[in-house]
Design a protein around this ligand. Structure first.
Ligand code: HEM
Length: 397
């Protein structure tokens, strides 16, 4: 989807504060079609949840093998097969068995053990990167959020320490044509995809003989639906790349809020409910701003009817600031649980990793509130585009 509406926030300048543009769009057009661009744009909470709930709204089609291969169909076929097996990129009944297996594997009885792992890691890393100890500001992305998530996900998926980082580096090259087909496929890409597959199949084989504590074990053993083989490989790649990025950025954005709003940090220190605070931090500044769907039948919303075949941009970051759903949406209110936020999506593609993400986010915020109550920026953060996130978050305390 290349067409861009007028208020497009995903530019180097706009990404640091997309919310002003969202507010104007919400006030004027919580949902509208842009026939000249051939897309529709939905920012209102009601419209976003209506579309995400509707089984006629399909995830956008995976690019063809030829596109992914930079013109070479055979070279692009393995990447296309991998993408099509990912839950996030598939629709209909056939995905339900794998989704149930993933839901069971990332349920609290399996991933709950990561609470103490994340807490210990967060406390240790915070001490290690403390400016009082190193004599320089800390970069909370490089030195805190990214290593916590990498360690937790390696453990959750039964990988050797560091294997997730290696897979992410390989995937960056192997999947580059998803975002930039015009650049062509790197000659290394097919070999790198094959190496990822081999590494993950080895991890799966290690979990096969008997039940164990990891989510990968849970997908292979236990009651009910199971996932295995190339389908499991594809979804493990999704967890290690998209899940990793979302969680690293959710934690970094929460830390940014604490470093820039002293009263929010104070309330955390005063012992407000951490679970409520986490939901509000996710609502106020979550890492996933935009998801897309293509309706296969018309979908009627309050202010317009979305047309079959016309791609729809759903702005989750705007829906989370919709004043018709949240009173004073631009204020961080740690006192009330505003759980109707859509930071994890909604409906049939609702985030499978939400429980694990909440656990790790909670422990990272708790460690900051306890160990770095004076947290503040030392320079303006570096934002990433097109997905809003923080490349670096330089702080002291
Ligand atoms: C705070 C961190 C995270 C946020 C905000 C987040 C957000 C989201 C969102 C918005 C979706 C829905 C996308 C759509 O509707 O098109 C989604 C789907 C998904 N997420 Fe997350 N995510 C996070 C962390 C994770 C983690 C840690 C994992 C894995 C352990 C994960 C695994 C998944 C999977 C597998 C899906 C696809 C579900 C499906 O299509 O059925 N996410 N996530």
């Amino acid at each position: 989807m290349t067409a861009r509406p007028g208020f497009w926030p995903f530019t180097a300048d706009g990404i640091a504060d997309p919310f002003e543009g969202y507010a104007a769009e919400l006030a004027e057009h919580p949902a509208r079609r842009l026939p000249d661009l051939g897309v529709a744009v939905v920012t209102g909470h009601r419209g976003v949840t209506t579309v995400l709930r509707d089984s006629h709204a399909l995830v956008a089609a995976v690019p063809t093998a030829e596109q992914l291969g930079g013109g070479d169909r055979d070279a692009g076929a393995p990447l296309r097969d991998t993408l099509r097996r990912m839950l996030a990129l598939s629709d209909g009944e056939s995905r339900q068995r794998a989704r149930r297996a993933m839901q069971r594997a990332f349920a609290v009885d399996v991933v709950g053990r990561h609470r103490s792992i994340a807490r210990t890691l967060a406390e240790d890393l915070l001490v290690r990167c403390a400016p009082a100890h190193t004599g320089r500001p800390a970069d909370l992305v490089e030195e805190y959020t990214a290593p916590i998530v990498a360690t937790v996900l390696d453990d959750a998926l039964a990988l050797e320490p560091g294997q997730g980082d290696h897979i992410r580096a390989l995937w960056k090259v192997a999947s580059a044509t998803v975002d930039a087909p015009q650049d062509g496929l790197s000659p290394d890409a097919p070999r790198q995809l094959a190496e990822i597959r081999e590494t993950l199949l080895e991890a799966i084989d290690r979990c096969r003989p008997s039940p164990g504590p990891s989510a990968t074990h849970a997908m292979l053993h236990g009651e009910g639906d199971r996932a295995d083989g190339d389908e499991l490989v594809a979804n493990l790649i999704f967890v290690l790349t998209s899940g990793h990025r979302s969680l690293v950025q959710a934690m970094a954005l929460a830390a940014h809020t604490l470093a820039t709003q002293a009263d929010v940090m104070r309330r955390l220190g005063d012992g407000c409910s951490l679970d409520t605070a986490i939901e509000e931090l996710l609502r106020w500044d979550g890492p996933v701003h935009l998801v897309q769907r293509v309706p296969c039948e018309d979908i009627a919303l309050d202010t317009c009817t979305l047309r079959a075949g016309e791609p729809v941009m759903l702005f989750l970051g705007a829906a989370n600031r919709d004043p018709s759903c949240f009173a004073e949406p631009d204020v961080v209110d740690l006192g009330t649980g505003r759980r109707q936020h859509v930071a994890f999506g909604f409906g049939q593609h609702y985030c499978v990793g939400a429980t694990l993400a909440r656990i790790v986010l909670r422990e990272s915020v708790a460690a900051l509130a306890a160990g770095a109550p004076g947290l503040r920026l030392t320079r303006e953060p570096e934002w990433t585009v097109p997905r809003r996130g923080l490349r670096h978050l330089w702080v002291t305390w």
